[in-house]
Design a protein around this ligand. Structure first.
Ligand code: NAG
Ligand code: NAG
Ligand code: NAG
Length: 305
């Protein structure tokens, strides 16, 4: 009788002083730091091993589609890995909870459960991919939607737009923004002989999700095409300068000629040549029709500014 009482109190003492070593409910500690990583609708559950764990543990992880099934379904079993990929089991519009527990030789830990995860709302959208093609002073920006693991992007986020930022290489602080772009291809008219860098985000109308930013990609422009209005302006400037000059020259020559008008009449052009070499050179300039050459000299000063 006495010895029984002693044994019981000894066991009690053991339980109190060495928690986790109880013979009655030998229990493994649970995994810790359980977390969901979901990019583009892929979904991986990760966790850390229980603190102070002994021996080799395996893990069992399960998922439950809320409001469709009330019970959990196992996906990873008897695995020593600290993660489990649920992607192929999930639906793009599903609402899920996940749970994981540690196991060792028939012993099991308590379950650790995640919060509710709404696939289309909570998944992280990866970056769009961006391609640049330059042609003259234009750069064409082609954007591709992120590629989802278990669905087409458009089936879920059908009203997505792009935020495009760009800047001259080396001038990162002077960023230009174009938000709410609906096209997958945009052509920008930029300065010629300049290197530009681009970064693009996707913004969805559903849940107003913003994707991760694309990689920064850069491309250089070359010589710009001569645009019609630049050409017209160039011609106008040439005319504005040369016409009064020519008129002035004629007027000057006319006065000189009429003042020294010889008695013998020579052909007008010849007279001018004899009397005033300056006049003749001006007249020669005027009579040689080379608007192309003049134009090319003027243009760069206009387009570079
Ligand atoms: C743990 O696993 C390793 C390799 O699987 C094995 O060599 C070792 O004996 C195991 N330890 C225990 C305590 O079961
Ligand atoms: C971005 O750059 C990294 C490393 O340079 C590369 O691995 C990745 O594929 C690129 N991403 C895209 C969307 O192009
Ligand atoms: C994208 O554009 C929207 C609408 O103008 C704006 O609210 C959002 O902050 C922008 N996001 C980024 C990352 O630039």
């Amino acid at each position: 009788m006495q010895s029984t009482v002693f044994t019981i109190s000894f066991v009690k003492l053991l339980c109190l002083t060495l928690p986790g070593m109880t013979a009655v409910s030998a229990e493994l500690p649970s995994p810790s730091n359980i977390r969901i990583t979901s990019i583009n609708m892929g979904l991986v559950l990760e966790w850390d091993p229980p603190q102070n764990h002994m021996g080799n543990l395996t893990y069992r992880s399960e998922y439950k589609w809320k409001s469709i099934r009330n019970s959990y379904r196992v996906v990873c079993l008897d695995t020593t890995a600290l993660c489990c990929d649920f992607t192929s089991h999930l639906n793009k519009f599903g609402v899920y909870t996940f749970q994981v527990r540690a196991e060792r030789e028939g012993e099991t830990s308590h379950w650790v459960e995640t919060k509710e995860f709404v696939m289309d709302e909570h998944t992280t959208l990866g970056p769009p991919s961006v391609t640049l093609v330059s042609s003259g002073a234009n750069i064409e920006v082609s954007i591709e939607d992120p590629v989802l693991r278990i669905s087409e992007f458009k089936e879920i986020y059908n009203h997505a737009t792009f935020n495009i930022t760009y800047w001259k290489e080396g001038q990162e602080k002077k960023v230009k923004r174009m938000n709410g772009i609906q096209l997958h291809e945009v052509v920008l008219e930029l300065e010629q002989w300049t290197r530009y860098c681009f970064q693009v985000w996707v913004v969805t109308e559903r849940f107003f999700k913003q994707s991760q930013p694309s990689n920064v990609t850069c491309e250089s422009t070359a010589k710009g095409k001569d645009r019609p209005w630049v050409m017209a302006l160039g011609m106008f400037v040439v005319m504005a300068v040369s016409v009064p000059l020519v008129v002035l020259a004629f007027w000057h020559c006319y006065r000189v000629v009429s003042f020294l008008r010889p008695k013998v009449k020579l052909p007008g052009h010849f007279t001018v040549y004899l009397l005033d070499p300056q006049c003749s050179s001006i007249l020669a300039l005027q009579s040689s029709p080379q608007p192309d050459e003049v134009y090319h000299e003027v243009l760069p000063t206009w387009t570079q500014g």
